[in-house]
Design a protein around this ligand. Structure first.
Ligand code: AMP
Ligand code: GLY
Length: 423
């Protein structure tokens, strides 16, 4: 069969790598793709948000299955547009992707259906938000309602910081209309875990857990980024917590979306915080995580096509989802300066070292193929993933493999997965 993957990051490289392992697949396209994806798939220069072009391409090439990796086209209704043309597509429809597209929607859903999450209030006017801040407890968390490239969350330690935050989001509109409405929520402390779930509208099956490292610098210092590295599984996500979450979070979320007339089909990403008062939802995403996919998918034993099709057909209950009994760590190699200013266009050396090395992967994110070779072309450049028998070995393997790659400006955190020492 012919498969199209929509997106161009490390997550899509991981998805394409899984698709390429399927015996059922003869041809893979990726739009727009990147230099690494180009080794496994034919990259097509259609922007991920050009829904009409994407549909036209899928029709012309008679694509059997399209997998949408990115949030923006999902929230904009790409799945609905494919379905309207009778094309098979994996991902939530627009009315379900809103669970990621609007934080106010997701918070109201959780409140209505008693799904554990931080206490919150929603504001459409900056005056009301500022008034609320007068009597609030600090620290406090401000969130832009809409999509903001993972950067629309501000943790404010004082009233003054929060007042400035309201200004940034609602008046200066740093994230455009995403900040027309904001959610102000209780600050929680605890360990974060990402649990990605396959969903068919009725049934939900969890993948193995992962933990991201969002801050740019070691010791969780510096600015929030798209994610600097991950490990899987999380030793802090115990059987007991998993069972609690299935009963109180995952299945109730599926049922709530169905009851609202918004059945969720695709990958539901539950960002959780394990607090002293129990495990609570930080956020939902409507897609695989990046860089969570880079540690979760390499450990999945099932054929990804079988699982995606079972979700589309409402038959996920027939799938025995299985993961390898090992561990994986992904270290992101970034351009020094990310997530602020950085230079790009530097030649990358050492990519070939990963060829034919089982259990080692180099997932491309911001790269570009040029006549001279592959060059850096973004803030997050590559994700180096390695497996190991356990987390300690996977971590050592991943950091050893980061040394195989060199480029000017190479930057990485050195403490990805260090937390496992406390487990
Ligand atoms: P989100 O995009 O909602 O996942 O938020 C980005 C990051 O902000 C999360 O991964 C957390 O580290 C942090 N965060 C979000 N909400 C809260 C909260 N209520 N309390 C503490 N930290 C939070
Ligand atoms: N790693 C967090 C995300 O994909 O949103």
């Amino acid at each position: 069969m012919k498969v199209l993957v929509v997106g161009s990051g490390g997550r899509e490289h991981a998805i394409v790598t899984s698709v390429a392992k399927s015996k059922r697949v003869d041809k893979i396209y990726c739009a727009p793709g990147n230099a690494g994806i180009g080794e496994l798939a034919e990259c097509v220069p259609i922007p991920a948000m050009d829904i009409a072009e994407m549909v036209a391409f899928a029709k012309e090439k008679e694509i059997d299955l399209t997998i949408v990796g990115m949030d923006d086209p999902l929230v904009a209704g790409m799945v609905d547009a494919f379905e309207a043309q009778g094309l098979r597509v994996f991902g939530p429809r627009k009315n379900a992707a809103i669970i990621e597209g609007s934080k106010a929607f997701s918070k109201d859903l959780m409140k209505k259906y008693n799904i554990p999450t931080a206490a919150y209030e929603t504001f459409d006017s900056s005056e009301d938000a500022l008034c609320y801040l007068e009597t609030a407890d600090y620290p406090i968390v401000l969130k832009a309602d809409g999509l903001a490239l993972g950067k629309g969350v501000l943790i404010c330690n004082t009233k003054e910081e929060a007042q400035q935050g309201v200004k940034t989001l609602m008046l200066d509109k740093q994230f455009g209309s995403a900040g027309d409405r904001i959610v102000i929520e209780e600050f929680m402390t605890g360990r974060e875990v990402s649990v990605l779930c396959f969903c068919d509208g009725k049934h939900i099956k969890t993948m193995t857990s992962a933990q991201d490292h969002k801050r740019a610098k070691d010791g969780d210092q510096g600015l929030n980024t798209g994610g600097m590295g991950t490990f899987s599984p999380s030793p802090f996500y115990t059987e007991e917590i998993a069972q609690f979450c299935m009963e109180k979070v995952y299945q109730p979320t599926m049922d709530a979306m169905a009851a609202e007339g918004r059945p969720f089909v695709g990958v539901l990403f539950c960002g959780l915080m394990i607090t002293e008062k129990g495990t609570k939802v930080l956020e939902y995403n409507a897609r695989f995580g990046d860089p969570e996919a880079q540690v979760v998918l390499p450990r999945m034993k099932n054929d990804i096509i079988d699982v995606c099709e079972a979700c589309i057909d409402g038959k996920l209950d027939e799938i025995d989802l299985q993961f390898e009994d090992n561990a994986a760590v992904c270290v992101v190699l970034a351009s020094d300066g990310y997530p602020e200013h950085y230079d790009k266009g530097f030649l990358i050396d050492g990519l070939d070292t990963f060829k034919d090395k089982e259990d080692y992967y180099v997932f491309h994110a911001g790269t570009k193929q040029t006549a001279a070779g592959v060059v850096t072309n973004g803030g997050r450049v590559l994700g180096v993933t390695a497996k190991g028998e356990d987390l300690v070995k996977a971590r050592a393997n991943a950091y050893a493999a980061t040394e195989w790659i060199s480029f000017d400006n190479k930057y990485m955190r050195h403490d990805i997965g260090k937390a496992i020492e406390e487990a």
